[in-house]
Design a protein around this ligand. Structure first.
Ligand code: ZN
Length: 216
């Protein structure tokens, strides 16, 4: 049964902007906040939030969302463990790709952890027909850890086939994204949010400077 709390959470989770250009980065971007320092807001407060987010971006269909929610309600301890694991994976991807965005190398221990996560993900995967051949898929899976598997897979893809040199950190917030612009000039997670905020800041600064100049 859906409570008012569920509806609010669903709205919060699904209005999250999807700007990363990779599922792995969109997952990292479930935490927001300033570009430097610790993250501010987190939309993942408990296991159900992960399911709501995955459903909202189309990673899970309605039936999968319902099945996982049911299972989480029936097995709260396992759901809490899956939630903790989800946060660990997000921390791992955050470290890996933030390093890439800064032009650094990922830590060897992080690569090992990603390999281990991938081994688990592929152990549960199926090869399913795709547009140009077969691809990894997790259709109809109903495991509590399941939403993480395609995310880990996306992280491996991004790390192995790139473009790693196009991963950037937003100039106005902590979001990461793949810069797919032709001249690699993208600076903001989205023009409507951080881009506009930066424009307003520049405008206010210019006005203040003009006024200070005029005032003598
Ligand atoms: Zn931003």
């Amino acid at each position: 049964m859906e409570t008012a709390d569920d509806v609010t959470r669903m709205r919060d989770v699904t209005r999250m902007r999807i700007v990363g250009g990779s599922l792995a980065l969109d997952y990292v971007n479930t935490r927001s906040g300033p570009p430097d320092g610790p993250p501010g807001d987190d939309i993942l407060h408990r296991y159900d939030d992960l399911v709501a987010w995955a459903g909202g971006i189309g990673l899970l269909d309605h039936a999968e969302v319902a099945a996982l929610r049911r299972q989480a309600a029936e097995q709260p301890a396992r759901a809490r463990a899956a939630y903790r694991r989800a946060l660990e994976v997000r921390e791992l991807l955050d470290g890996l790709f933030r390093a890439a965005a800064m032009g650094g190398q990922p830590a060897a221990a992080d690569l090992t952890r990603l390999r281990d996560g991938a081994a688990e993900a592929y152990a549960h995967a199926r090869l399913v027909p795709g547009a140009a051949g077969f691809r990894w898929g997790w259709p109809g899976q109903a495991e509590l850890a399941g939403p993480l598997w395609p995310i880990v897979h996306a992280a491996v893809e991004l790390l192995t086939t790139g473009p790693l040199d196009r991963i950037k950190a937003c100039g106005g917030c902590r979001f990461l994204f793949v810069d797919e612009s032709k001249n690699r000039s993208r600076r903001w997670c989205s023009m409507e949010d951080c881009g506009t905020a930066a424009k307003i800041r520049r405008y206010v600064a210019r006005r203040a400077a003009t006024r200070a100049g005029a005032g003598g």
